[in-house]
Ligand binder design. Sequence first.
Ligand code: AHR
Length: 655
Amino acid sequence: MKRVIILFALTFVCFAGICQQTKVYTIAANQVKAKVSPYMYGIFFEDINMAADGGVYAELVKNRSFEFNTALTGWKEQQKNGGAGKVTVVNRADDRPENPHVITVDVTSPAGYFGLSNEGFRGMGIKKGETYNFTVMARKPSKNSTAIQVELHSAKGLVIGKAQLAPVSTNWQKYHVQFVATATDSKASLFVWLKGKGSVDLDMISLFPAHTWKNRPAGLRADLVQKLADLKPGFLRFPGGCIVEGRDLANRYQWKKSIGDIDKRENIINRWNTEFAHRPTPDYYQTFGLGFMEYFLTAEDIGASPLPILNCGMACQFNTGQLVALDKLDPYVQDALDLIEFANGGLNTKWGKLRADLGHPKPFNLKMMGVGNEQWGEQYIDRWKVFTKAIKDKYPYIQIISSVGPYASGKEFDLLNTTFRGLNADILDEHYYNSPKWFLDHANRYDNYDRKGPKIFAGEYAAQSKTTGSPDNKNTLECALAEAAFMTGLERNADVVVMASYAPLFAHVDAWQWTPDLIWFDNLRSYGTPNYYVQQLYSLNKGTDVIPLLDGDKAVSGQDGSYATACLDKSKKELIIKFVNSTDKSQSVEFNISGINISGRATMISLGNTDKTIMNSLDKPMAISPITSTMVVNGKAVKLSVAPNTFKVIKLKTL
Ligand code: AHR
């Protein structure tokens, strides 16, 4: 026997004498609360966890130009069938300061083979039937018949691909050969054999799959970029993160050194190489093969607005905190101005012409830029003022992203928040790496923010299952649901929060420094975490207009394990309700819709599980992933029971 008792905004659904409290919400679908920003929801990219080198940048050879501090890191001398010789590292810094090291391989035996093997980034991911491009810069100090044989070896030592080439010139030249792999292996290695007595100089020894994102030569890993494209992101923030700042200023990211000929991009140590004593990564460097041109192109490819973040004359304040004196800031400011010209300038400008020469005459339509990454203190404010004045004087249309420090509250946050509001800053970049409970408790964070002040960019956030920085943090469903709950507050406050991005983005399962991360990968495979699917569900269902969702006569702000928000997608003619049940009990809910007519069938997308500790993995990439179903709707009330630990997106066609 079923009966319904209405009590304000609560209803009790009873079955066989057991009553379950129903949360009743009202949705006023004919009232627009706020327009959804076109930048929602975006991507935060940083070369951390081998995200670029060893990750999305598809180069398979580690230390291809011998620039690591120990020049032969990743390489091993090899000989077979009586081959003999020696490898010498030569420093030509006087001629080529940006690419000083090359090797000379002297083959001393006419018999057999001598050469080197490269271990790749925790191995090389090779696929059977795929074509690979081997390239090398080579020259022969004097004429000889020494030839190169390239081999791919499986982890078990079997040859799974090979090719030959014969450098001839006594001048540096680039040589190229293509071959097809005969087997799949995620831990393969490359052997570069030399045969025949004589000596050869080598540099930029490189191996790429021919199949990359958009099949660009020496491009990006297609499966990983596809995962980004599948998010349909509003913006792409690059290149970080602390990597913008560097441990010291010498180690900062300099965009001008990241464009143009690949062998002229100066390699530096990756600042995450030594950051965590518990996760040392001594073989982590930046080749800048993924540089600013590639970042802009990728943003364009995936329909995201580019968001470069530039060093503002401050090294990472968690490290050296080195500062550039205010009267020496000009080159840094000039880098920012030149970058805008590079992205948007006409072909008659120096930097716009360079963009065209690099293959992109059309502007990149840059609209915003970050001044500093995660800076704080008076010294940041001083430098921010200099940058902001210079940028706004020349390019008043550029929106400036300003840091309010690494934490969601506290004295650093308060100083910057108050100061930048006083200075009419455009967009404030807030960061929070906190517990799942913090995210649940702060779903109402923006409900009372000043509606007339700067807009908010939730620039880096992720729920931490243990503590911030702990290597034991996991990408659990519990963390993902806490973020989904918090994001109801981002959507509800669309008039204030205009951008948001989970961080960090990528992590190599064998080479990470920081966890949790949105997407994990090895050399062949990748998977999205539950957190990834939360981001995707928000992004694909962001709508165009947020509408009021009320509990009784009060706007919902999220509590007691129930979080909800609603929007319209006017172009797709949809009403979209998002609901999070973060408790371990099912929750009965009813949404009463007024102001529009809806069709009698709803599409329901669910992300949930009774076990909130569940995670995805390379072997079970979809263990927790969205499941779509449909449901009949009677009249204008959507009634459903939401399972424990579940994020639901309910979509209704409007009539
Ligand atoms: O996302 C990892 C790091 O966290 C970023 O590099 C930095 O901005 C923040 O402290």
